[in-house]
Ligand binder design. Structure first.
Ligand code: 18C
Length: 247
């Protein structure tokens, strides 16, 4: 059968060989492995995680953390989405073609490097939040399968001589994000759009990189993270409607 454009570009089921010879590979492999493992660990017994948003199956927790007066609260969110697979979720999160359609904090996005089919480097600028300076970020993004039902995207800040930090209007922020997804369906059945459920764990730590008023920052967190996760998952469900389930 003829493959559609989407099917060709779905996250590969195994690591792309081109990535494993890239100078960043050891770092990408180590951080992705750590992040994916941490994402699937619960927040239940852990001290310090406080629930700050809850809606339907979505739960968001944060841990208050300040380093030299700068807010760096780690965030952890759990969600369950019916009718889409882990691979589809990660496809829409990783592939830059869709990013402006769901990412509302974005001002500009540039692909700095295409390392392989499963790893890219991005430069992004974000909308300015008054009264702080505008922020930008430079990060690698890697999508991988852990097994046939589990896919994850990890984003982590990096450097590039052609994109130096803090030279223009923007302050460089530092980010570590992981979107880890696992699909399940009733035992003994074939997976379909009607019986598949994907559990999502989204973890994020953003270091604002320079002064930002703590109160404003925490208010932005509280508003923007739930908005992002609801909008992104809704977007993926809409995009997948009428398309064949991709496992
Ligand atoms: O993970 C997400 N998106 C990925 C693809 O873009 C990628 C992005 C990571 C960057 C996250 C940092 C975003 C900072 C945005 C600041 C400006 C927001 C403006 C909003 C106003 C309309 O991994 C989804 C990311 C969802 C982001 C939620 C917001 C997080 C807020 C963190 C604030 C820290 C910035 C400090 C700026 C100073 C503000 C006083």
């Amino acid at each position: 059968s003829v493959l559609t454009r989407d099917e060709v570009e779905l996250p590969p089921p195994a690591i792309d060989n081109r990535l494993t010879v890239h100078p960043l590979w050891p770092e990408i492999d180590r951080i992705s492995t750590e992040q994916i493992q941490a994402a699937f660990e619960g927040v239940g017994g852990e001290i310090g995680w406080q629930l700050f948003a809850e809606e339907g199956d979505m739960r968001m927790y944060r841990r208050e953390m300040e380093v030299d007066g700068m807010v760096m609260d780690p965030l952890k969110a759990m969600h369950k989405v019916r009718g889409v697979s882990a691979r589809e979720m990660c496809h829409y999160f990783f592939n830059p073609r869709y990013r402006y359609e769901w990412e509302t904090t974005l001002e500009t996005m540039t692909i700095v490097e295409e390392m392989s089919s499963d790893a890219l480097v991005f430069h992004q600028t974000f909308k300015r939040i008054w009264p702080a300076s505008q922020r930008d970020a430079l990060f690698w993004s890697h999508v991988r399968a852990s097994d046939s039902n589990t896919y994850a995207v990890t984003n982590h800040s990096t450097t590039n001589a052609e994109y130096p930090a803090n030279t223009g209007a923007c302050i460089r922020l530092f980010v570590t994000v992981c979107l880890a997804c696992r699909s399940t369906w009733p035992a003994g059945e074939q997976p379909t759009r009607d019986n598949i459920t994907t559990s999502i764990a989204y973890c994020s730590t953003v270091n604002p990189g320079g002064w930002a008023p703590a109160g404003v920052l925490r208010a932005v967190y509280k508003r923007e993270y739930p908005k992002f996760l609801k909008r992104f998952t809704g977007y993926v469900v809409d995009q997948c409607k009428g398309k064949q389930l991709a496992l």
